[in-house]
Design a protein around this ligand. Sequence first.
Ligand code: ZN
Ligand code: ZN
Length: 361
Amino acid sequence: MSGGIEFANRRSRAGEYLAEQKLDALLVSALPNINYLTGFTGSNGLLALSDAEAWLFTDPRYQVQAAEQCDCKVRICRSSLARAASTLARRKRWKKIGFESTRLSFAASREVQGALPSSAELMPTSGILERLRSIKSEDEIESIRHSVALCSEAFSDVLAGIRPGVRECELAAELDYRMRRLGAERSAFDTIVASGARTALPHAEPTSKAINSNELLLIDMGATLSGYASDMTRMVHLGPPPQKTKRLHRAVLDAQLAALDAVRDGVTAAFVDRQARQLLRTHKLDALFVHSTGHGLGLEIHEPPRIGKGEKTLLRAGMVITIEPGVYIDGFGGIRIEDTVVVTRTGCKILTEAPKELLVI
Ligand code: ZN
Ligand code: ZN
């Protein structure tokens, strides 16, 4: 759990950035960013942040909750939050007001601009808070560790009961239920369960297809616990796997290990991505690896940095990322192996404890 002091520290770090950029204030509209800066977990909010103060605007449904969760000023609004924030900006005589250009809708930005005096200017910003969030505190890493452990436990509980004939959607529901029973607020994203040739769809949605004997099974799942996400992919085979499947799994696992081996403070995200691709190239499989090697995660399931081609972002100690290479053969099937890891000064610490060999049941 994050304490009040941590929220105040985060806001003061964001405030330093505002001063550097010569912004009088920042309007924070992304709910995970508001959560990060104030602790507020409601579904409607707008935060106005200056280098000295913060005001959360929300609606009457959250009057009690906001007062309990937030250590900043709270304004309960019966109509538009954007207009209420503009009124504050007018009163404070803010001239340069940043907004989250990738997070605030065009309509809402027009509404804010419309309510501001003509002397005030809305300035687009992007990624300010996401960059701050990308390096996790010890408390945050601990929260992610618990989320990862819960996910692994739910996986192994459900794995024991998988039988031929169970449908993909039933298995996905079982995994979600188990995560909730173990204390998760929810699954961190729609659980992926794919079987047979459907494993070749990197983002398969579970269907009513039955999982048969002698089929490959891909499970990609994550929990949200105390607000923090986990993310794991494991491969299962019902019955003895054929040579081709074993070979593919070995190649992907080697690629995953090569990428994990490359992770450490100071390397670029692209460098890590390249290690996985180069390993797959030695098996002539690199063309079948159609997505990036991984992504940051925390309050959201996908956060910067992206671990992909051309990504110049330097990995830093305290970042939490996934490493998840995969190969996908249309008509045959796909293999992906994914762990959640913390970047350290000299390497990385793998948080995911579930075994990652091809599980045969
Ligand atoms: Zn995943
Ligand atoms: Zn992932």
